[in-house]
Write a protein that binds this ligand. Structure first.
Ligand code: CA
Length: 289
């Protein structure tokens, strides 16, 4: 097994992702759980990475951390209402495109949201197809200005050309391996949980009883290792976060940490001999494979 997926027929959603040039990040802010999950699923099937939160404060935290390309924002929300979220975002110069979703039909309400910096406004109840078309329109505008290249930890991933370079050397990846690496890279070293990866990369809500993420992480590590065999001793650029998931290691900062650790962890044992403590060496070996 080498991780090749060519033998497996692609689902409609996967075909769409292949045809799309750039995956965008979308945040759905909606306190109605069933509507929030419905929108998340719909936008994921359009080929985007989608998070859903149910209150205004969580929305602001998420925007500041992840800088999504598009936010679908309900107005009536707990903690902080949609207008408050919009106002705070624009005050902090957060440029995520915002589509307001509201049950309030008054013209003044629409004018207020657009003046606060909303990019579009859709009234509830809405047609799902129209909402998706409006999201596509906002994302197309965004795509024109988006940098297609993500760089992190020595890896350069071009979302437009679908090319991956590791320290300048091309790495040939399957569709799923590319999508998995792209999601990890978008987090810039932040941890991605297994359930999040199953949801965003495989478009499934159920990660119980499957080790698909671990299997594909192994494929990716092997391909990256084939390009840079010295990672076998240094550890893979894809790190395991015990009990949580995976993240990418920034190789340059990790090298500095390693150098400091080697200096600082030199201690004398009771016999007076200098002893150097291992620095996560067992884990690094695991990660290389
Ligand atoms: Ca609401």
């Amino acid at each position: 097994m080498d991780g090749t997926t060519h033998m497996v027929p692609m689902s409609v959603a996967e075909k769409y992702i292949v045809e799309r040039k750039v995956r965008m990040r979308v945040l759905v802010v909606e306190d109605d759980r069933s509507l929030g999950l419905f929108l998340q699923k719909g936008l994921m099937l359009e080929g985007h990475d989608v998070e859903w939160v149910g209150d205004g404060d969580a929305a602001l935290d998420m925007v500041a951390q992840q800088m999504p390309d598009l936010m679908v924002l309900d107005l009536g929300l707990p903690c902080r209402d949609g207008a408050g979220v919009l106002e705070a975002m624009r005050r902090d110069s957060l440029t995520t495109a915002v589509l307001v979703l509201s049950g309030r039909s008054e013209v003044q309400e629409r004018v207020r949201c657009l003046d606060l910096g909303a990019d579009d406004f859709v009234l509830k109840p809405f047609s799902f197809h129209e909402l998706m078309a409006r999201c596509r329109s906002l994302l197309r505008r965004r795509e024109r200005f988006a940098d297609p290249v993500i760089r992190f930890g020595g890896v350069e991933l071009n979302r437009m050309e679908r090319i991956v370079l590791y320290e300048g050397i091309p790495v040939d990846l399957t569709v799923k391996e590319f999508a998995l690496l792209e999601f990890l890279m978008q987090r810039k070293g932040g941890c991605c949980s297994r359930s999040e990866l199953v949801q965003q990369v495989w478009h499934s809500d159920n990660d119980a009883g499957t080790n698909i993420v671990d299997v594909y992480i192994t494929y990716l590590r092997k391909k990256l290792l084939a390009v840079h065999p010295e990672d076998l001793t240094k550890g893979s650029v894809i790190q395991t976060v015990r009990g949580s998931g995976y993240r990418l290691r920034d190789k340059r900062s990790a090298a500095r940490v390693d150098a400091l650790a080697r200096e600082d962890l030199r201690v004398r044992d009771t016999s007076g001999a200098e002893k150097q403590f291992g620095y996560e060496q067992g884990e690094r070996f695991d990660e290389a494979m």
